[in-house]
Design a protein around this ligand. Sequence first.
Ligand SMILES: [Zn+2]
Length: 463
Amino acid sequence: MQAIFQNADVITMDKKRRVISDGAVATDGDRIIEVGKRNDLIKKYPTFELYDSKGGIILPGLVDCHVHLAQAMIRGCADDLSLIDWLLPVWRCQGSYSEEDGRLSAELCILEMLKSGTTAFIETMIASRYGFNGIAQAVDKSGIRAALSKIIMDMPPGVDQEVISIPEGQREEKEATLAEAVSMHEKWEGGAGGRIQVWLGPRPFGIGLTKDALREVAKVAMERNMRVDIHFCEIKKDNKYFHKMFNLKPTEALEKVGLLGPQTLVIHTIWIDEEDITNLARTGTHVVHNPSSNMKLGSGFARIPEMIAAGVNVSLGCDGGPSNNTYDMFREMKLASYIHKGRLLDPKTMDSETVLEMATINGAKVMGLQEEIGSLEAGKKADLIILDTNKAHLTPRPNPVSTCVCAVNGSDVNTVVIDGKMIMENRKVLTLDEEGIIKKAQASARDVFQKAGVEIKSRWPRE
Ligand SMILES: [Zn+2]
């Protein structure tokens, strides 16, 4: 498709961070060929199809760097609980999934992400029982871009771990998890026309992952040039466990096994100190911030402005259905901006520009795709979203960047283009059967809760 998306404020996120009023983006096939003023581009490319953005905002597709696909279908199964109590019903539900459930939850999650402007995401821990192939096929069909991490774990059956014991349905043997990760990497890396990456997703250290497994993850990652994402110091006990098992700080332990570096994404990073932050910056290790999840589970405040000041590449993520409970990056951006202002008593920290970088170009860096996505520039992939701003809550908008971070909701996304293909037009997703997925997921969620024996009680009388 040769097209000009025009009549909009274009937030380019290019190196100069240009915001172009009355702007346009010209695309040819899967690439952007020019970004500029509307009239100039229409004159220059007279045969291109014109898409009217009706005075809205065009920005790069958002990159959600922390997603649990399997948790979309168990949204709301564990509210107002601390992490460990929260994990029990979540694990029981996930431990009763069939491959069909895994695929359906992935489709539900991808549908929600597309409808709220996410065009690329990193899924962190795909268990065997969710069916890796079905999930990769769902990504392929939907048109979204994804890094899919196969779970790696090695909890010996019958041995209680330091923090929590993993239920039967969630257990996998180390050799099998590593072998499956390697075979899925062989099969799917670069799949779906280059839209799929395959990563290693080790369980959090201490919750189904021993020192040995951690070392093997580093070895396989190095040998196969695979990226790794791992939950890291989400709760205080995680930090203590690194000290106990390695007699080292958490980042020192990861560095010792060979896991710190630009190939690794650490998730949450709440209970770490100044030296850990310096180590993350020095080694080019990426961080993903998940403010909704951290606030909902009472996990604490990750010191994100401090990490950014130290030079760490920090991205943004929604986490999962039971911990957030949505996959809407616009909500996440607002929270990421606001909570640190309150925590530091500093309204100047985490301005909208910084937060929009986290949700776009910084996420692209995490995926190693900074030359391909994350900004609207000639030569890059045509991954863009268009916001409908003709609404009361988006009027007026003297600074479109702050409009995006502080006022836009995911439901304001009108159009989604990925790889130059129209994926959502006028809020209709063209690649997935929205109505069918919602109907099936509603019924399957009921079955999953029942199979898992998880009863969601209302605290108010329900008639
Ligand atoms: Zn998570």
